[in-house]
Ligand binder design. Sequence first.
Ligand SMILES: [Zn+2]
Length: 464
Amino acid sequence: MNDGEVEESSGSVLAERRTNVEVSDKATAKAAASFQPEELDELLRLYYQRFFPFQLFYRWLNYGHINDRNFFGLREFCLTLKDDVYLRYQSFDNQAKMEERLRQKDPRVIPFKIDIGPIYSARITDTKLNPSIVPVERELIFDIDMTDYDEVRLCCSGADICGKCWPLMVLAIKIIHRVLTEDFGFQHIFWVFSGRRGVHCWVCDKKARSLKQAARSAIVEYLTMIKGGNVGKARRVQIQDSEHAAVAKALNLVRAYFLRHLVREQKIMESKKGLPKLLSMLEDETLIAKVKKTIDNTHGSEKRWNSLVEEVTQFVQEKKGTPEYRKVRNMLDEMQVQFCYPRLDVNVSHGLNHLLKSPFSIHPKTGRVCVPINPDFADSFNPFDVPTVKQLEHELNVAYDAAKNQMDISTPDDAIENKKVSPEVEAKKTSLKESIILFETFVRRLEASWKRQRDRAEDQKMEF
Ligand SMILES: [Zn+2]
């Protein structure tokens, strides 16, 4: 056999494999695309049976209260049933009770949406909350929604997202995650895809969960650069101190994002929608006219951006020593911040009793799972690759078909019936695998921190 033959035969094997992969990819994609909201109740029934990671979920939200059997039961859940029937103030004694409730077979009581509320001072059992029962503990949460970027998005608006605007969410994760870990020292942060057009952040450290409202507001304030102030002005951002370490770090991320995504990819400097908006943020009529003239004679978005930067830098230099200088010195950064800095919903974060969609629930409109996002690899997260509940069903059936001859169970239903597998195990046979592993890693790190705390407490007892 000569080299050519080897190459040819291995080449054809590869080609064959590729075709198989393509075929199965296409089948999966088709199954996913064909998700219809009308079939949601049946799909959800299967999802809670086969995929929802109850065990990890309980280990997370029980926060190591192994000797306090009541802790989990103090948590509010809000279940939304078919046709937007809201059941607030639901609670479950333990994992088994939660499983039992979510796995009820009657389609009229299957939750289409699961939201998580706070830990209350006493058990809530009624839909009308007793006024003496108050929220006492709550993860610090952030909700970042693409619709809040509508004033600056050049591609889509409303509930739509695309590959061009999704990087705004990635930037939000990077900026907020850095602040939470480096500036506030939080360690247990769980980022989750909202299932459609945004991301949620759960800060689960003990010190975050016990924060009072004022402290939560202060953290949100620290993270906020785009304020409601400067009403009526095109440039609403005012950076007082660009040398401040936290601001400087955020600005580095913002500038890199702006150049790559807005200047180069979306060609904002040639965009009919984006360019007028950007120019209006210069605010000074003479400067606007000057920049316009320069860029009219310049072709290409990046070249135009460079000439804008030059003009603005010169303008700012000339203002040095005048009272106006303070207002214009950071204008280049302020414009970029306004286009892409994270927009936070203050109301979600500052209170203790705001509800937030549960990780691993299903978005009822898209059918996609609210999967965790690894902040260290936020760039590679693609919301369009997130499996739908229908796709998972398809993948699990394929996995069982493939393993039929080696196992004594032939279908996912048999497995559940005989209690041979847990949803955590079943999910790993599908494209939910990475998400389950991320969740496991997050929960294990939390558990390790509780163990360290217990050990420390033991040590202290010994010392006295
Ligand atoms: Zn878009």
